[in-house]
Ligand binder design. Sequence first.
Ligand code: ADP
Ligand code: MG
Length: 719
Amino acid sequence: MAPTSEGSPAGTGEQSGSTAGSVADRGLGTPLERLPGVGTARARRLERLGLVTIADALMHFPRDYRDFSGAHAVADLVEGEHASVAGDVADVRTRTTAAGRPLLTIRLACRDGSVRAAWFNMPFLAKRFAVGMRVVIAGPPRRSAGGWEFAHPEVRWLATGEADHASDWLPIYPLTEGVQQPHVRAAVQAAVEHGAVAAIEAFPPEMLAAKGLLPIAAALREIHLPGDRARLDAARRRFVYQELFMLQLALRIHRGRQQARRSAPVITVDARLDHRIRGRFPFELTAGQRRVAAEIVADMGRGEPMNRLLQGDVGSGKTALAVYAMLATVATRVPGAEPAQRYQAVLMAPTELLARQHAATLGRLLAGSGVDVCLLVGGQPARERKAAAARIAAGTAPLVVGTQALLATGVRFARPGLVVIDEQHRFGVLQRAVLQQGDGDPHTLVMTATPIPRTIAHAVYGDLDVSVLDETPPGRQPVATYRVEPGQTDDWWEFFARKLRDGRQGYVVVPAVDESARGLASVAGAFEQLANGPLEAFRLGLVHGRLKTAEREEVMERFRAGDIDVLVATSLIEVGIDVPRATLMTILDAESFGLAQLHQLRGRVARGAVQGICGALVADAATPHPRIAAFVASTDGFQLAEQDLLLRGTGDLVGTRQSGAPPLFLADLLRDTALVAEARGDARELFERDPLLADPSLARIRELIEARWGATLGLGRVG
Ligand code: ADP
Ligand code: MG
């Protein structure tokens, strides 16, 4: 693609100026292909990004912006760092390189020196430059023998009129395969030109004024074609506020209804029951666990639904608390029902592997008690799943463990008393609410090893109570963690093998299931290499997501039983797997994992009394990787999670990505703490004033909340 259209953000094609007149017949639902400059072929491709109508394009927000202001001085350029300089074209040259490729170079006289720009294979571009023209180029510069050079920079012509409504801030849109940046830009800009004014304002005018929010049409324009930094910030602030406000309001409404119903079962734990439950564990609860158990007991005895988040680092023993709460629940009789009828407790895990492990743990703890555990996961034969669903619905399954399949199959619980959700950040925002749509309002306990800053917890869950498990079970030692460079791998494997011979078990974690273009180690390839190389003396097992459930289970079982020394696995084992005798880990291509994920992985070898050992193999010794450095330097999950959030943003954490909602700017939640608090306060105030959102000026807010959160929160019609 020629950089010309990159350089002209005003790619709205031949049409111009007729916006106002065309709005009526170009509603927000107008297909993009009807817009000038888009066309059928491009429209088909844009569908891959979910962009079909003008409204879709308007809501396809840039994920970033490039400075295109031309404000950089030559003296300030830094190798490889994006910059944009303005200057006069002083020289234009085309020649053919030794390799036979046409090369275009221009020299730009800038205010404090000169730079060069070069393009291969774009001879036609030469016609667009003439000596004396004023242009802005943008991209990462490189220092060459002849001074600073930009290879294939983006260009904006200042003199030709093309720049009239060009922005200093070039939007960078999320893309997908086969869809190019200039095409998305052109389509979105056409949508802005033709549709932004038709967008419906959600906020009543007095609210816009009171909060100093940009009206929707202006905000859409500035988010896509920012005039300057300040206007971009104002647009962004409007959308962040809007999203947070809507979410907070939805949560208030949900919570208001929940409290109004007050139908949560009263679960009372007296000294005898407490003693009986604790007696089931093969260990004494730590002081921290006892404290959290007491908090849970207090919540569940109150007759209002518990809504508690339990945060505790990897290995801190959260499962025991889930089990405690579940056993208390199933020990409680349903009032007024036959004596045999008791409440049900369900534990939801993010992966099938983990669900099966939890079911096995529960099964072991309850051996001989007569209470059995019902498993429901997607990998079961349909017949088994149906049978499980039937028992759940009939109330004959007191303890249920499962995955998202529990949501997908629309299973209904006969007498739901408690829902425990393990590692919730993987579920997507508020899916837990779906489980609250049974006949009663069960208590909810959400467990996570990823410490969620309070502000974010509030933004995502509304008013929930937080318990922190800040102490690990006795005898734990921090995992010794090493960064292993390519030149040290032989030594590493020798060390790993020696530890295996001492009787330990271990994991080798591989990033991807198949061979990817970037040359990430494939799990099968890695297995082969290890089995025929450094680990040939040992019994190896292999698990990855493509294996059939039964096969995977069998391998895991043999590993647990000690019949396998080393488990080669994908990050499938990341969350929750608990095999105390496995205390060794090697992570291949460690750079390709996120920090939180690395910490979760390492948590697998921090379970026993023996000190765990973890090697993070990096493929490239030259690059100092900040994530790996942080990982090696600290075993404190809270500290790492904080760094991770800073390195990565919070989008993954709150799961908005999976939930299919446009991520908007939630990724900066960490920095928008003030706005979170503001939106929360405003939502509460509005709710208290008008809980049904009955005022006609709130109609649009009501509609948006119903559309976005209605199904998830079971709000139905709000008004
Ligand atoms: P996580 O918080 O990561 O889910 P788990 O609940 O899986 O951690 O617990 C990690 C390990 O610690 C398990 O092997 C579990 O049996 C053990 N454990 C939990 N609580 C205690 C305790 N109070 N004393 C000794 N070991 C414990
Ligand atoms: Mg766990």
